[in-house]
Design a protein around this ligand. Structure first.
Ligand code: NAD
Length: 364
C-alpha cells in the first residue's frame, strides 16, 4: 500500500527543492501518495496566514511530512511557521545527523571521521519565544517584579526573553537520545549546556540528563559545556557520537556541525514527536537564490532518506543515500557549493544534480 505523505513546498528556494526531492524519492520505487500543500510567505497574502489550517490538518491525517524551507516573516506578528509547526504537532525532538560524504567540501584534515547526530530539544528554552519588548509596559512591569524578587536591576531600556527548561521536557529528549543511540548502534551520549553559569535552567538539564543516563548502562554518557563543545567539535569531532542539547544551543551547534561536513547544502534533519514526524533540511529558504535552479538539493533529498527510514523503507533509504554519496564523490554533476571554487563554471543546477542522483539510483 502507498504511504500517504504531506509535502510542504515552502517558499524561497523551497518549491524547487520540494519538486526535485519528490522526484528522487519516487525514483527509489517506494510507493508514495503525496498530498502537496503550500505554506510560507507566498500563501500569506491569499490566506492571511503563512500556516493555513489545511497544512496542519494534512499532517495530522498523514502523520508524516516532508517540508521544504519557509521564510520567517519579519514584523508580521507571526513568529515562525517552523516553530509553530513544532509546537502544534508536539515535535519535541529535532534530529540532525552530521555525516561526511567524501567529495563534500570540509576544512577538516580528516572529515571522514565525523559521523555524529545532534539531538535538539524543540519546545522550550529561549526559543519558546516568551519575549517582552523594550519600552512596553509588560517589560517594565516584569523588570520591576524581577528586581524585587532577585535584588538585581534590569536596565529600563531592556527587552526580556524567558528561558524555561523543565525536568519533564529534558527527561523526554534525553530518553529519546539514549533510545536513538541504542537503536542506531551508537556508543556515547553527550549532553551540552552552560550549567556552570545558568544553574537553574541548564544546570537542571544537566542534572536530569545525568539521572536519565543511569538507567541506560549499555551506553556511555558525559557532559560538556557548550563553549568548550564548540572548540572540541572543530578540533576533535571524532570524539562525539550523539549530542543532546537544549533548543538554542542545538540550533547553533547543528549549523556548526553542518559546516564541518560540507555546509548547509548537505545537512538533513527530522522533527519527531510521539504522533507525527516532519522531515526537513537544516538550511532556510535562502530567498536570494529563489527560482534560480542553483542551490544544492542534497539536504532535502537526504531528509527524504531519513523519512524513508522512518517509514521502514530501509532498502530504498540505503539506495538513495548511496546514490547521493556517489554523485557527491564523483564531483561532476554537483551544485556550486560542492565545487572546489564557488564560481566554478562546471557547477550544475538543482534539477541537474537531482537527475544525476536519479541516474545513480539505477546502479547503486
Ligand atoms: P539560509 O539557510 O536560508 O541561507 C544561508 C546561506 O546558506 C545562503 O545564503 C546560502 O549561501 C547557503 N545555503 C542555504 N541553503 C543552501 C543550499 N540548499 N545549497 C547551497 N547553499 C545553501 O539562512 P538565512 O538566510 O539565515 O534564512 C533565510 C530564511 O529562512 C529566514 O527567514 C529564516 O528564518 C528561514 N529559515 C527557515 C528554516 C526552515 O524552514 N526550517 C531554517 C532556517 C532558516
Amino acid at each position: 500500500m502507498a504511504h500517504k505523505i504531506t509535502l510542504i513546498r515552502g517558499d524561497g528556494i523551497g518549491p524547487e527543492l520540494a519538486d526535485v526531492a519528490k522526484r528522487c524519492i519516487d525514483a527509489t520505487g517506494v510507493s508514495i501518495d503525496w498530498e502537496t500543500v503550500d505554506a510560507g510567505i507566498d500563501v500569506m497574502e491569499k490566506e492571511g496566514t503563512p500556516l493555513p489550517n489545511s497544512v496542519i490538518d494534512s499532517i495530522k491525517k498523514n502523520k508524516v511530512a516532508l517540508k521544504a524551507p519557509i521564510t520567517t516573516p519579519l514584523g508580521s506578528g507571526f513568529r515562525s511557521v517552523n516553530v509553530a509547526l513544532r509546537k502544534e504537532l508536539e515535535l519535541f525532538a529535532c534530529v540532525r545527523p552530521c555525516k561526511y560524504y567524501p567529495g563534500a567540501k570540509s576544512l577538516l584534515k580528516q572529515p571522514e571521521n565525523v559521523n555524529l547526530v545532534v539531538i535538539r530539544e524543540n519546545t522550550e528554552d529561549l526559543y519558546a519565544g516568551i519575549e517582552f519588548e523594550e519600552g512596553k509596559e509588560d517589560a517594565k512591569e516584569l523588570s520591576r517584579v524581577l528586581e524585587e524578587k532577585s535584588g538585581r536591576k534590569i536596565s529600563s531600556d531592556s527587552g526580556i526573553s524567558i528561558k524555561p527548561i523543565s525536568i519533564s521536557a529534558t527527561k523526554k529528549i534525553v530518553e529519546y537520545a539514549f533510545e536513538y543511540a541504542k537503536n542506531n548502534s551508537r556508543k556515547l551520549v553527550t549532553s551540552v549546556t552552560k550549567s556552570n553559569i545558568m544553574k537553574f535552567t541548564d544546570g537542571l538539564f544537566m542534572k536530569t540528563a545525568e539521572e536519565v543516563s543511569k538507567s541506560h548502562s549499555g551506553i556511555n554518557y558525559n557532559h560538556v559545556l557548550v563553549d568548550n563543545m564548540c572548540m572540541q567539535l572543530v578540533q576533535k569531532p571524532e570524539l562525539y557520537d550523539v549530542i543532546v542539547l537544549p533548543n538554542l544551543y542545538g540550533d547553533i551547534i547543528s549549523d556548526l556541525c553542518a559546516g564541518l561536513v560540507g555546509g548547509l547544502g548537505v545537512a538533513p534533519g527530522a522533527n519527531i514527536g510521539d504522533k507525527y514526524a516532519v522531515f526537513e533540511a537544516t538550511h532556510g529558504s535562502a530567498p536570494m537564490y529563489k527560482g534560480m535552479n542553483k542551490v544544492n538539493p542534497t539536504a532535502l533529498i537526504l531528509s527524504g532518506m531519513l523519512m524513508l527510514r522512518h517509514l521502514n523503507e530501509s532498502y530504498a533509504a540505503d539506495k538513495l543515500e548511496k546514490a547521493v554519496a556517489a554523485v557527491i564523490k564523483e564531483g561532476k554533476d554537483v551544485t556550486y557549493d560542492l565545487k572546489p571554487k564557488r564560481d566554478d563554471p562546471s557547477a550544475v543546477g538543482t534539477k541537474q544534480m537531482a537527475d544525476a542522483i536519479i541516474n545513480k539510483l539505477g546502479v547503486c
